[in-house]
Design a protein around this ligand. Sequence first.
Ligand code: 4NP
Length: 156
Amino acid sequence: MRQFKVLTVCLGNICRSPAAQGILENVASYNKIALELDSAGTAAYHVGNPPDSRSIAALKQVSVNIAQQKARQVVQADFNEFDWILAMDKENLANLRQIQPEHSRAKLVMFGEFHPSVSFGEVADPYYGGDEGFTLMREHLTQISEAFVLHLHSSS
Ligand code: 4NP
């Protein structure tokens, strides 16, 4: 199977998409799939910042380290750089559609709905809530990542 380039995208690029990147890297590596990953936000509020400390802590509990990541904003060139762009919620998806060039290389999908037979819906934004939202986010992202990697296996 060839190596896919995958970009995970949320609003701020400090809670969900860095966590999705770290979890997907982990799931891909124990499934022996070569994925090249990055993450970005549709907004520029946190550009240059590390992930939210609550996301870092939630992932550390399962031995996934995302502390070295730095937030960036998604750019149009990403649509020709990546094979997959995975939006965390419907608003992210709508914002990405607005800047998607025609005939872009990337398949743009909502991460939880990339395949018709596996629909997990949106990954809820945990930013304004408590720690339990970050645990739920981690569990949700893990399930979706496992389904996504299976999908890549079965479709290539
Ligand atoms: P994320 O969460 O999109 O999962 O990174 C958020 C982070 C920051 C803000 C909103 C959501 N904010 O409004 O600053």
